[in-house]
Design a protein around this ligand. Structure first.
Ligand SMILES: *[C@@H]1O[C@H](CO)[C@@H](O)[C@H](O)[C@H]1NC(C)=O
Ligand SMILES: *[C@@H]1O[C@H](CO)[C@@H](O)[C@H](O)[C@H]1NC(C)=O
Length: 193
């Protein structure tokens, strides 16, 4: 029963915080047709699975970043991390290559998972990189509001923790480390009495 609640709570909070009706299915279908035309079959299948879960795709303002089928086949994707995988391979705003080219070199944009940042690096003739992955086929999605680009690898988010979060984490641990003993003693005293 406890497990059941733990699983349900995130679903409820997601539903609460998003009064919109989710992604526009017409746009999503059009984007998937574009993806299929460039052979991004694996990504389409993952999108379909995710889209079958209510409220998992909440907005049509999206840019998908798609590793190709071969890259996807190497990546470990489980039912538990599918949502994170797709959302971290998307940017919550529709960006064609032209828009990406206008970002200053090195700009960090949040993926649809805000704590996972994507750094846009323009290496001249070498092309444009998003974190570790190079954009190989830009502007795959052309026929709807949704944008998408083919990239050379699954994105990695190794040392991409934003500085603010890093310091918060540090402070937190500094505050907590000396305290547990005192905290435990205080808590135990009343229960003994
Ligand atoms: C979805 O998008 C299409 C075209 O992009 C539009 O015609 C349609 O009204 C939209 N549907 C909803 C429910 O917003
Ligand atoms: C962008 O930055 C990278 C390294 O951060 C550098 O290698 C590259 O030359 C820069 N690109 C331009 C166009 O200045």
């Amino acid at each position: 029963m406890a497990l059941w609640l733990i699983l349900l709570i995130p679903l409820l909070t997601v539903a609460d915080s998003q009064p919109t009706n989710g992604i526009n299915q017409t746009d999503l279908q059009a984007a998937m047709t574009d993806m299929r035309m460039r052979s991004y079959y694996g990504f389409v299948i993952l999108l379909k699975i995710l889209d079958s879960i209510p409220n998992s795709l909440q907005s049509t303002d999206l840019t998908f970043l798609m590793p190709n089928d071969e890259q996807l086949s190497h990546f470990s994707i489980t039912p538990g991390n599918l949502h994170d995988f797709i959302l971290s391979h998307s940017i919550p705003t529709p960006l064609a290559l032209n828009h990406l080219l206008h970002f200053p070199n090195g700009t960090l944009v949040p993926s649809s998972i805000p704590s996972r940042m994507i750094r846009i690096t323009n290496i001249g003739r070498e092309g444009m990189f998003l974190n570790n992955a190079k954009i190989i086929i830009p502007n795959v999605c052309q026929s709807s509001w949704i944008k998408c680009h083919g990239i050379s690898a699954a994105l990695t988010f190794g040392n991409m923790v934003p500085p603010l979060q890093a310091t918060e984490f540090e402070d937190h641990s500094k505050n907590n480390v000396p305290k547990p003993f005192r905290h435990v003693k205080r808590k135990k005293a009343p229960t003994v009495q």
